[in-house]
Design a protein around this ligand. Structure first.
Ligand code: GDP
Length: 316
């Protein structure tokens, strides 16, 4: 990977090629990544012509592809068609544009949803395609799995150095704090904020027993920058703390940091989703044995401060 701008010889004119473009560059994962160009919703990457133009106009040397249609359990269950179409189109177009415009290194984001539901734990990079994903996020999971397939095919046929990463549940500033379709942490922060403000009960979906592995967005950004420079394998790499936390414990931390003293209601008619999806981070740790993850306590504190400060303008 070349970190400095490269000179592109276009006949008589010398144009500087930007070193790094991040798609979804203003979102949860993209915004902490240092880059020359960040693209957001102003470019509809589902459209192959728009995607092609973006690459043609900028010709970056490297790309980190974070742009996706994402959501939590609610979004995945309510918007199955959109989650399939948007993601399969975005990924297909972006990866093809990378090939067409000679991108040297692509880092593409997958998700832990890609893993089979019925599989022996822990989840490892070798198990992605060994069975069907969970019903709650089936179309999203298949759309993301196809990015892995496309990357493997392009590596083989076109000899390109494209890689992919599988982060577990990411949280942090710039997330989507939507109450219905957001991921659990941003949705619960928003709900707790409203309950405190309006003096109403704080309502949590499900039993609180499911377990998830959360990773702070700035840690993901640092790890992704490392992947861009150093990771060149065909097989994706899992980005995870491999520490499981129950939804109940997440709620306790949010209540503590938001100083919420009101009633908490567990809505057991709402879905729990997958019970757990523990991942094995040993590949990552074998490369970066000294990496220090942000604790959930610290990460939540920073995320809540950001949300409260940016309440008016944040996505919600
Ligand atoms: P998942 O990891 O893909 O299932 O995505 P989420 O980030 O949406 O986490 C879902 C887990 O959090 C499930 O066990 C839900 O029952 C639980 N949960 C509790 N309250 C909420 C909420 O308000 N929104 C979401 N998305 N999940 C919630």
């Amino acid at each position: 990977m070349k970190s400095n701008m490269e000179i592109l010889d276009v006949g008589e004119v010398h144009v500087k090629r930007p070193s790094l473009m991040v798609t979804g560059g203003n979102g949860l994962v993209g915004s902490p990544i240092k880059c020359d160009i960040r693209t957001g919703s102003e470019f509809d990457l589902r459209n192959p012509h728009i995607c092609d133009k973006l690459f043609q106009n900028n010709k970056p040397i490297n790309v980190i592809h974070c742009a996706a249609k994402v959501g939590g359990l609610g979004g995945n269950m309510n918007l199955k068609g959109e989650f399939f179409y948007d993601n399969i189109m975005i990924n297909t177009n972006v990866i093809e544009s990378c090939r067409k415009y000679g991108i040297q290194k692509l880092v593409c984001f997958l998700s832990t949803c890609v893993f089979p539901d019925n599989i022996e734990y822990p989840l490892t990079e070798k198990k992605i395609h060994l069975g069907e994903p969970h019903t709650s996020n089936y179309p999203y999971a298949y759309a993301k799995r196809m990015a892995d397939i496309q990357i493997r095919a392009y590596r083989e046929q076109y000899n390109v150095n494209y890689v992919s990463v599988i982060p577990t549940n990411i949280y942090g500033p710039q997330d989507n704090f939507n109450l219905e379709n957001g991921h659990v942490i941003p949705s619960l922060i928003h709900k707790c904020y409203l309950s405190k403000k309006n003096n109403t009960p704080f309502r949590i979906w499900g039993s609180g027993k499911p377990l998830r592995e959360f990773i702070y967005s700035e840690d993901v950004a640092k790890l992704t920058e490392w992947v861009l420079e150093n990771y060149n394998e065909e097989e994706p790499i899992i980005l995870s703390t491999s520490e499981e936390v129950s939804i109940k414990d997440v709620v306790k931390l949010i209540v503590k940091h938001m100083d919420f003293k009101g009633e908490i209601i567990w809505e057991d008619d709402k879905p729990d989703g997958q019970f757990r999806k523990p991942s094995d981070n040993s590949k990552l740790m074998s490369y970066l044995p000294d990496f220090k993850f942000t604790s959930l306590d610290d990460g939540l504190k920073k995320t809540i401060n950001w949300f409260v400060t940016n309440y008016e303008s944040c996505r919600k």
